[in-house]
Design a protein around this ligand. Sequence first.
Ligand SMILES: Nc1ncnc2c1ncn2[C@@H]1O[C@H](COP(=O)(O)OP(=O)(O)O)[C@@H](O)[C@H]1O
Ligand SMILES: [Mg+2]
Length: 383
Amino acid sequence: MLINKLALNNFRNFSKKHFEFGKGVNVIVGPNAIGKTNILESIYLLSTGKSFKARLEEEMIDYNSDIARIVGEVGHRLVEHSGLERSKKQKEAEELQKTKLETILTRGEIQIGEDPENIQKAPRKKMLVNGLPKRLIDFSGILKVALFGPWDLDLVTESPSIRRKFLDSVLSQVDREYRRASLSYEKGLRQRNRLLWRIREEGLSRSQLLFWNQLLIKNGDYISRKRAEFIDFVNESPDFLDQDFSLEYDSSAISEGRLMQYKDEEVAAATTLVGPHRDDFIFKLKNAKNANAKNGDRDLSKYGSRGEQRMGVLWVKLAELNYIEKSTGERPVLLLDDIFSELDHEHRAVVSELAKAQQTIITTADEHYVKGIKSGNEIIMLG
Ligand SMILES: Nc1ncnc2c1ncn2[C@@H]1O[C@H](COP(=O)(O)OP(=O)(O)O)[C@@H](O)[C@H]1O
Ligand SMILES: [Mg+2]
């Protein structure tokens, strides 16, 4: 998987900017606040249809404009062990296969021409593939990426919703059915919670819930199964720098029985109390010095040092790359946002090695951190 070109128009601080990326390691160097993270955000937007940091999508539009446009050209190449026998010719054809991805953002209305009075309604977000409009479910996942930034430490230490979001971001990229199931589940959940509220407030009959129960069980089951599959995959990933990490899936299953069990509480709370929207997982680190001790596995969020937590996240991110590759036959583009300054020498070397295994785009304020990655770096200077 490659991103060859990127063009930004009125995206964040870039009024008009064009980038070309090499197939290997690309390093974007520039001082703080020059827009390095914004570039990765725009690539992530082309991949997932979403931002990893904006609360409202219109935050991504240049303050001085009412429309932003992001265009990327991506190239495909299946990985060697994807199970398909391919001739040299086929491989060349794959490399030539290019897809144009485009996202257009507005604040809901745009000015037509010079007249500030001439305002028209416009969709807030449009996504196109090779010029054809697509729904989010068909747009996302074409460009595969794995993103790693300093905020990812939150994955270990912060609230469950951040971990669920992470699971969704990985699985949505590789599985259209997962995207469909998630959308359907979220919608169903809102409807069901509204009904629970009406049951409590208006004495509506519980039989109204039956349809939504079925819908949530069917989709929730699929979501839980896929999440379990990914977590198993991560757990089978090799140890990392002699540290033995694991993930423990704390799954909130949804079934007729479980819904029955909480039927009074959920009406009282007017909210659905079981299901994958309540999932979590925990990072564990095997206590190497005391491997035979009872409860030898430590909860990384409580007992891990910052360094260990960072390595735990890196271990999961590495597994994410491999999982996307295994599930789609394409190695994702690795996006590393300003992580080198936080790593010590040994870990920097690990990440530098990892960066060479696929197309990688690294941002840094300090070029000397990436000196270790010597092989044909593309350097993009900003500012
Ligand atoms: N919607 C926007 N319009 C214009 N500038 C923006 C917008 N959103 C953020 N910025 C600017 O982008 C800059 C931060 O970019 P960022 O990518 O975080 O920098 P870096 O990663 O290089 O430190 C800030 O100067 C901020 O004011
Ligand atoms: Mg930044």
